[in-house]
Design a protein around this ligand. Sequence first.
Ligand SMILES: [Zn+2]
Length: 356
Amino acid sequence: MRFWGSFHDDRSRETVLARLLSVLFLSTVIAGCATTAPMSPTSEELSQAVKPPAVPDVFESEEFIVVMAKPGDNPQSLAARFLGAAGKSWMIEEYNGAASFSPGQQVVIPRRYWKLAGVDPTGYQLVPVLCYHNIAPQAKGRLTIAVKTFEEQMRYLKNEGYRVLNFAEFYEFLSLKRQLPQRAVLLTFDDGYKSFLQYAYPILKEFGFTATLFVYTDYVGTGRNALSWPELKKLAQEGFQIEAHTKSHSDLRRASGESENDYLRRMKAELDQPRSLFERNLGSVPRMLAYPFGAQDDEVARRVRDTGYSAAFTVRRQGNASFVDPFRIHRSQIYSDMSLDDFLRNLTLFSREDLK
Ligand SMILES: [Zn+2]
């Protein structure tokens, strides 16, 4: 079964492979010829001399390693052996357009990323960023999702081979410094509800997923439904990303009739205060901001950038190309009344365009 579309068409990959193999084979033969034979060969050496040269089972160049799959080899074991991490198995799967190999099959292992921006002649990759709020035993309103629904969605991602990104991976993709697996998704949770720890955390742990939390600082530590700073710090230490969602969760756009002075003062509080509170309580300033209600305009985006944030998130329902405006990263809100089919509609992974 073919899980992954391959980047190169088979013909062009075979041409590259054939050239690579011929160069590697020639260099092996030349190196072999340079060895001078001893004056008096032993009988063992003589018998070896008439054998055809052994074909090495691993070919290497700066860009690629080419191996013949042995019984039991799979993308994970090959990635662990040749790329230093089983988690890089997607590079082998996607480059070869296959998720398993039969013994004797030639496998090309790319040593480097080959598609940093996620762009190829047929279009470009989209990375969905999903946005959750509250989770409870039963759904309530649009933004409190039932824990069973959440678990079903996470199980779907796991079973279908999605890789849940950590924030650094996503950000490096936007900076054109990292290639991502074709099925890559970022999970985010807004506001800072305690239910993240009670309901989402155990499920994420079960599937080996991580997430980014956007918290507004007026809410942190305000009661039994809110996460506290020590809880956020512990989550951060476990690799969850904690980022800003303003101070009071107000719409950052200038209100009608709001004076210049009042607006400047309000924006300073909304954008600056999370930075000092994060630094005091978590030991680092937030680099990202989620706009409350996704509401922003050019002025808001500019002020967020000028305050020192590196990126900001809206709630526009579409995936992100690597060249998305970093101050208008799209997120798809997942509502409590969505069926699994509705959920899947938020997982568009590629935008087909004729870029030739
Ligand atoms: Zn919010």
